[in-house]
Design a protein around this ligand. Structure first.
Ligand code: NAD
Ligand code: UD1
Length: 350
């Protein structure tokens, strides 16, 4: 009998890679996604990448739709839920806080209410290192001060607290909030990766775009930080390592009731210029760049303390910065080929 895992936001970047990891581990993902930041492409690719004959069960809809969730739980016996669905842009959340709280907090409330009705009490929640705000020191442990600086970060912290209260009130709940640092890269096949609507803001998609265009120059946001090369330092963690972290967390839930919180990172920092150099080597192109002013709100340097996750679940990130760059570049080439095919078919139609 298959063990179903409901994956909210499973058509998105981290969700689609996690579906691959779930299938490879012998579990069966059931996806709900409203496709507000994804399309059906990833869903079609998951089974192919995971070498599975079964298409992924997909429900198009919103996690705020309680009736739809009831229908999904009535159709599939669900063992656990992995909750990725949400909005994730810090800047957008500052401009549109109501939309962010509605989707991220109300969406989570709707989900746990439906889980309660269905008698499903195992949940992994996608939180973010953004709950730490500007950390005082690195590596950042789970016990560090929580000072989110945006509605997006606040929404993640609200949900973490909601889940903590739930587990406190009812011993059947087993929840893990995973605070991702900087997930990046793509599946090694080059068939699955991150799609950004419009111009990307995050560093790895910006690098992909600059390398693909060969003429576009990347702006390094600040070269005067108190770091060895003057640029910001982050903990970039390969998206397939993040995906596998969810398997480790699911196994942990089977053994441990209550609520827990884990950092998901590599435990090492990489500067913007170091990443730029590594990406240039991966695609054998020098990335044109200029040093611009600092970006408002950026912390100089932080990386994760990953000991708790390692000690508790046995998980550690296995892939390197070079893997992140070469896999992201392979994915970028897939995107570029798709763009050429789309342009040709538009030209033919005209
Ligand atoms: P993503 O946008 O690629 O995936 C989120 C998916 O959720 C999308 O497919 C979107 O269509 C769907 N979705 C959004 N709102 C929905 C709703 N109300 N109902 C149903 N589906 C909905 O983002 P991602 O990078 O895969 O991130 C996944 C989760 O991880 C998010 O919650 C995000 O906040 C969190 N996170 C991401 C990062 C990162 O760097 N990517 C870092 C920290 C935390
Ligand atoms: C941002 C979000 C964080 C989210 C993460 C997802 C903010 C303040 N934080 O983190 O909540 O979880 O994305 O991955 O928005 N950089 C450049 N040039 C560019 C783009 C980025 O120099 O064109 C630099 C940035 O200044 C930063 C580093 O690259 O120092 C990483 O940036 P980014 O990928 O946007 O991630 P974060 O800012 O760490």
């Amino acid at each position: 009998m298959s063990i179903n895992i409901l994956v909210t936001g499973g058509a998105g970047f981290i969700g689609s890679h996690t579906c691959v990891a779930l299938i490879e581990a012998g579990l069966t993902p059931v996806v709900i996604d409203n496709l507000c930041n994804a399309d059906a492409y990833a869903l079609a690719r998951i089974a192919q990448v995971a070498d599975s004959r079964q298409p992924v069960a997909f429900w198009r809809g919103d996690v705020r739709d309680g009736a739809l969730l009831d229908k999904i739980f009535a159709t599939h016996p669900v063992h656990a839920v992995v909750h990725f669905a949400g909005l994730k842009s810090v800047g957008e959340s500052v401009a549109h806080p109501i939309g962010y709280y509605d989707c991220n907090v109300q969406g989570s409330l709707s989900l746990v209410s439906a889980m309660q009705r269905a008698g499903v009490h195992r949940l992994i929640f996608s939180s973010s290192a953004t709950v730490y705000g500007q950390p005082d020191r690195s590596p950042v442990a789970e016990t560090a001060a929580l000072r989110p600086c945006s509605p997006y970060g606040q929404s993640k912290l609200f949900v973490e607290r909601l889940l903590g209260d739930l587990a406190h009130a009812d011993a059947r709940w087993r929840v893990a909030s995973l605070r991702y640092f900087n997930p990046a890269g793509a599946h090694a096949s080059g068939l699955l990766g991150e799609r950004t609507a419009g111009a990307p803001n995050n560093l790895v998609p910006v690098l992909c775009r600059a390398a693909a265009s060969r003429s576009e120059s990347l702006t390094v946001h600040g070269g005067d930080y108190p770091t060895p090369d003057g640029t910001c330092i982050r903990d970039y963690v390969h998206v397939m390592d993040v995906a596998e972290g969810h398997l480790a967390a699911l196994r942990h839930l089977d053994a441990s009731p209550g609520a827990s919180t884990f950092n998901l990172g590599v435990g090492r920092g990489t500067s913007v210029l170091e990443l730029l150099g590594a990406f240039g080597r991966a695609c054998d192109t020098e990335i044109r760049h200029t040093i611009g002013p600092r970006r408002v709100g950026d912390a100089a340097a932080y990386w994760a303390d990953v000991e708790l996750m390692r000690r508790t679940t046995g998980w550690t990130a296995r892939r390197t910065i070079a893997d992140i760059c070469s896999d992201a570049w392979r994915w970028q080439q897939t995107l570029s080929r798709q763009a050429v095919v789309a342009a040709r078919s538009t030209a033919t139609a005209l």
